[in-house]
Design a protein around this ligand. Structure first.
Ligand SMILES: [Cu+2]
Length: 120
């Protein structure tokens, strides 16, 4: 009798632990989904894609995969500004768009490069 009660308790603790783990994993999954960055390439002196619609708080990861070229992404607007500094070949730059609106991401080195990001 006593032994069975202990067994029941152990099972209850195990189940609670499993439920917590499940909750933790699902929370992590949700966080990962929300923060998974949008990848933008800079190959050929162009942003790919060059038009992007995202949600407020989303991250855009700008990847300089353009051979040995240097890039320098920036945003200049009344409500949101960003400056990557020099983007070395192979480097990745994360931009979190925290403000809704439509923004031009430009390159300080290549004036023809433009990425239009709409933040909802
Ligand atoms: Cu550039």
């Amino acid at each position: 009798m006593r032994g069975e009660r202990t067994k029941g308790k152990a099972a209850a603790i195990w189940l609670t632990g499993a439920a917590c783990l499940g909750l933790l994993l699902s929370l992590q999954g949700a966080a990962w989904t929300a923060s998974a960055p949008y990848i933008v390439s800079q190959k050929g002196r162009e942003f790919h894609p060059n038009v992007l619609t995202i949600h407020r708080g989303d991250t855009v990861r700008i990847v300089n995969d353009d051979g040995d070229l240097l890039h320098h992404a920036y945003v200049e607007s009344d409500t949101f500004s960003f400056d990557s500094g020099d983007q070395l070949p192979g480097s990745k730059t994360d931009v979190v768009f925290s403000v809704p609106g439509t923004f031009n991401v430009l390159c300080g080195i290549h004036p023809k490069m433009r990425l239009v990001v709409t933040v909802k």
